[in-house]
Design a protein around this ligand. Structure first.
Ligand SMILES: [Zn+2]
Length: 351
């Protein structure tokens, strides 16, 4: 996927200037005399371009995550830009700069929307899109634009017991460093107890909602990480028994991201029926403890503070409520972000 839109190369100059401003703590003065109320840096609204609340909510969250703000406003991203796909990251940097260093309390995300729309026309339509899918798309585009390749040699054990040299190439970016985690699944055959492991990278954890009433985020986590038994048609082939067997599967976090993103699965699909779970979910603002779900040797910083909530009322697409946007970057703490489809739909305030 490529975009036709190009930015003049000398436009990058502005970020070096902004970088100098932020380094010295001398942010441009806000013209308070022209405003009815004081304007706080970073507390900036986004204009609705026609059902773009899903987009604005996600952009608000991303533009309030401190390490990401610092990365873009300081100009660090410029050195990482891949020349052939830099448009989305550059437009994102423009928007971030407008929101943090501009002197108005509301800015338009039109340039960012147009740039993303060149790659995915669905985001140009004036219809509501899925906030979680939009988030994943934006994170993926930012990663592609800012990734760096790393090569390292590793030894691979083959069945012949010979160890073969292998070059492993990995890609990292500010996006993977902040948001990417890894799940490790232990898969145990219930007949012979043979256990195998499988790793899976994740950016968003989609959590089930186990109770209709009185449910907490911790209940959802406990449900996600509980052991699952696969029976009947879900049985897994055991290489030891050489047939399909009943299997116990359990997930744990083998790499915990700095900012972990949870999405609540409010749509329950049973056969052809799809129903929305309207359960209110309680969640802590600080000290969400992920210790029980992280593999013991990786439990360095298991506590998380809330940094952003996206709350979308699906029953009324015009209605959207961002419950909280708070960057809490205490030393030794990580952040979590929650995508929550508003359970009571139309009761949220219109904006
Ligand atoms: Zn077996």
């Amino acid at each position: 996927m490529t975009s036709q839109r190009c930015f003049p190369a000398d436009d990058f100059g502005v970020y070096y200037i902004l970088s100098e401003c932020t380094d010295h703590g001398a942010l441009p003065a806000v013209k308070e005399a022209e405003e009815d109320r004081p304007h706080f840096q970073g507390v900036t609204g986004l204009r609705n371009l026609g059902n773009t609340c899903y987009m604005n909510a996600i952009l608000q969250c991303l533009c309030s995550i401190s390490p990401l703000v610092e990365y873009f406003l300081s100009g660090k991203y410029i050195a990482a830009l891949q020349k052939d796909c830099s448009e989305v990251a550059t437009a994102f940097a423009y928007l971030m700069t407008d929101m943090w260093l501009g002197d108005t309390d509301c800015v338009s995300p039109a340039l960012f929307q147009a740039t993303l729309g060149n790659l995915c026309p669905a985001f140009l339509k004036k219809t509501q899109q899925d906030a979680q899918e939009f988030l994943i798309y934006v994170l993926n585009e930012l990663h592609e634009a800012l990734k760096k390749y790393h090569r390292r040699r590793a030894y691979e054990k083959r069945s012949t017991q010979r160890r073969c040299k292998k070059v492993i190439t990995s890609e990292t970016s500010i996006i993977t460093r902040l948001f990417e985690g890894q799940l490790s699944y232990s898969i145990t055959c219930l007949k012979c107890d043979n256990c195998t492991y499988k790793n899976e990278v994740f950016t968003v954890l989609s959590l089930p909602i186990p109770y209709q009433h009185d449910c907490s985020l911790q209940d959802c986590l406990q449900c996600f990480f509980q052991q699952d038994t696969l029976t009947w048609s879900n049985q897994i082939h055991c290489s030891f028994c050489e047939t399909k067997q009943e299997t116990a599967v359990r997930a744990s976090i083998s790499k915990a991201p700095k900012t972990i993103i949870f999405h609540l699965k409010r749509f329950d699909i049973q056969g052809t029926m799809k129903r929305k779970l309207r359960t209110d979910i309680r969640y802590p603002l600080t000290n969400l403890d992920l210790t029980p779900y992280i593999c013991p040797i990786f439990r360095k910083h298991p506590k998380y503070n809330l940094c952003a909530v996206v709350s979308v009322a699906v029953s009324d697409p015009e209605t959207l409520q961002i419950v909280l946007l708070e960057a809490t970057a205490e030393v030794g703490f990580n952040n979590f972000m929650l995508i929550n489809h508003e359970p009571r739909g139309g009761e949220s305030p219109k904006h």
